[in-house]
Design a binder for this molecule. Structure first.
Ligand SMILES: O=P(O)(O)OC[C@@]1(O)O[C@H](CO)[C@@H](O)[C@@H]1O
Length: 315
């Protein structure tokens, strides 16, 4: 089973503008799209899109939380929600159709008490079995200790389950007290974590090796349309899309990649297949607005455009 924790879900409100968005001016919105989001929700949705199942765990609160839960039900995503006081947050995405540029405004979200966080721990303690996956995605809500992911990763280890982590800042830093099985930082997140600037492909390889040395089995360093640099056991891979061409809807493509990777891992696919498939799903996601709503058949076809190159082993 795949459990996905979305500790800080967000109602994603996407505003599409025909032209460039102007600050300190009146802007007219062309189209609005609203979906239940947050990194973990997007991961769970991607897993469903490719034909898999997962259980989403999330904190929901207030009227916004009720709307969120109805949306997930209608969508058919299996979830278990833990009620919190306060309103589930809204993320505003300002998308410029012409250039494909987007601006994301993430609200902090409601406070989560220690008591409610403990409920999640107990739930996982009871449910998590050997061979399961526990995906921890996105920012941690206020009120929860910054080292909470480390605690949950330790729980996963104890249960012989695979911890997968996609977060940033202090929650990423402190999670390494109990290294995850897989981690997917982007370049900025890796730089913050490592404390040095990644300038070249060589730097990216150094970065994945350094994170690998901290005890992670699979390190996937993403760099938008520039592709992935991967450390997988002793092997190193560079993954790219032919011609570097991707679509304009980048929101949630990293989450889609994580979801599709975990889907492939759970099925025991070989490494190259997992990387090719997941990259194609991430690519398909950039061609459709809304995170995780890509066309799975298109993703199958797009696999032909994905180049997975294994580098010579260095040990
Ligand atoms: O505040 P976080 O958890 O870092 O990011 C949240 C978020 O911006 O990321 C997702 C896209 O990856 C959106 O669905 C969501 O609203």
């Amino acid at each position: 089973m795949i459990y996905v924790l979305c500790a800080n879900p967000a109602w994603d409100r996407m505003l599409f503008f025909e032209d460039q968005l102007l600050l300190n001016a009146v802007n007219r919105v062309q189209k609005v799209m609203e979906v239940a989001g947050g990194k973990g929700v997007n991961v769970a949705r991607a897993i469903k899109t490719v034909g898999g199942t997962s259980e989403l765990l999330l904190f929901l609160g207030g009227w916004q939380g009720e709307r969120f839960a109805s949306f997930l039900k209608r969508e058919g995503l299996a979830f278990c929600s833990f009620p919190v006081a306060g309103e589930t947050r809204i993320t505003t995405v300002l998308h410029e159709e012409g250039s494909g540029r987007h601006t994301v405004i993430n609200e902090p979200g409601p406070l989560v008490s220690l008591k409610v966080a403990l409920q999640v721990e107990r739930y996982l303690e009871e449910k998590l079995c050997s061979g399961d996956y526990l995906v921890l995605s996105g920012s941690l809500p206020r009120g929860v200790q910054r080292s909470w992911y480390a605690k949950l990763l330790a729980l996963a280890q104890r249960k012989n389950a695979y911890g997968v982590l996609d977060t940033s800042g202090v929650s990423l830093q402190s999670a390494f007290q109990n290294p995850p099985f897989m981690v997917k930082p982007n370049v900025e997140e890796a730089e913050e974590l490592l404390g040095w600037t990644i300038r070249s492909q060589e730097d990216k390889l150094k970065a994945v090796s350094e994170l690998k040395k901290r005890g992670v089995e699979i390190v996937v360093l993403s760099d938008g349309s520039r592709g992935l640099t991967v450390a997988w056991g002793l092997k190193r891979f560079l993954v790219s899309v032919e011609g570097g061409q991707v679509g304009v809807y980048g929101i949630g493509s990293g989450d889609t990649l994580v979801g599709a990777m975990v889907f492939g891992l759970e099925r025991g696919w070989p490494v190259e297949r997992v990387l090719r498939f997941a990259t194609a799903c991430g690519l398909a996601n950039t061609l459709h607005p809304g995170a995780g709503y890509f066309d799975p058949h298109l993703a199958q076809v797009l696999q032909e455009k994905v180049v997975v190159r294994e580098l010579e082993e260095k040990g």
